[in-house]
Design a protein. Sequence first.
Length: 539
Amino acid sequence: MNLIKAMATVAGLTGLSRIAGFVRDILTAAILGAGPLADAFFVALKLPNFFRRVTAEGAFSVAFVPIYAKRLESEGEEKATLLASNAFMVMLSLLSVFTLLALLAMPYIIMALAPGFDPASVDPCLLQGALCSRTEPWEMDMRYFMAVEFSRITFPYLLLMSLTALLGGVLNAHERFAPFAFAPVLFNVSLIVALLLSNYFESAGHALSWGLLAAGVFQLAFLWACTKRAGVNIKIARPRIDVDTKKIFAVMGPAVIGAGVVHINLFADLIIASFLGEGSISYLYYADRLNQLPLGVVGIAVGTALLPMLSKAMTKENGGEAKHLFNRALEYCLLLALPAAVALAVMPLTLITVLFERGAFSAEDSMITANVLVCYAIGLPAYIAIKVFSTAHWARHDTKTPVKISVVATLLNIGLSLVFIQFMGVAGIALATGLTGWVQFIAHVRVLKDHSHAQLDQTFKRNILKIILSSCVMAAALYILGALLHSWVFEGTLLYQLMALTILVVGGMFVYAMSILLSGAVQVRDVKTYLIKGKGQRS
């Protein structure tokens, strides 16, 4: 498949998923709000997602897909299907046991994950089981109790989505990218339906939890059907720990460590936030959803287009091309990330108010979430640029350096969070995350400074100043427009709010685009060059 076609397929379906995700978040804010139930559900949401991202979609995909693709190419589809079938059954067996143990131990897992949910006030019968009886009343921490209940519903999603990720890897190896890229759309639609039917459940948190579990079932069923349609028939048989399985586990080891370190930051934030007031975890969630939008979009653009070219050039020791691609990748990342960060920082309250402030989500919730969003936005360009640096390390077959930097950054993030929350509350957690991103950025620059392929060229140094200047011009335009449209945003109806947000977004993009073109930071011929090169690449 042509790389440009693959990019269009994945990016288009990812964009559809992002739209559905925003609809989901708007409904979640309106129906669930940012109180104790929301805190409990977001804990229940993060728990299976953590293991899924680290093991299934992270380490397992890195280990399994190359081995499967090589088997498919060298020994044919029948042998490759046997490998996939055995991997499927091994994963099913191991994760079934792991899921069962986690369900039994969930009260203790939540104690460790969210210790601020006051485990001292937990009903002892919750820990000892249904046979426990008591004669005196016991005050419960609602967040803790509901987090345990919700997590017991949602945790099997880990098993379902892990199997889905395996099937997605199989389809990608067959150059069928659309099904797995479409799977997140099913996830978001499932949760949207659950929210709309929340009146039929005990609470909106229960509705979302069951919707999450249903999403796992739908995604697995969809990928299973697509796999069979592709001619790959996964066989249900007794799992075997053979040579291939051992090889997959051996490759998974370092990948698990690397992916785990990255996501430990998320758990650290969750643990610290659990000690703060009710709604703190929810504020982090809603702000991060907006922060993740440019992270995801830019990450896809870079990961599917420029970074594979960079890795290939470095591997072939094509120094000039590698240096050029490294600089252009970094330049294009900052070209998109800097204005996104500036926009989030200049109009955070407008974004949060228009998107989330309705129903159970109050004006006070908007104010706190906006402060959190500003702090997250500080580190947005750094985290996007780190994707380029990490690829430069991997191209040199250096997997240890990114992990070392991540470990140091994680420890720093935790330390800064503990300090900042004393003065800023929950926003301090986001500020620590944002500043830590720039510490990682500086660390990567220092490590790569002696590597010829990763030297910053004059074009980058010249253009980055133009990008910064253009972002500042856009910031001024947004500030002026925001002042003119203030009454529409904070006093107008939903229609006026949406119109104001549209004017701000379109106006900011127009001003930035004009500034970039007039400054010469972007040349149309450069874009055409990469598109022409992309036509010659194979995914």
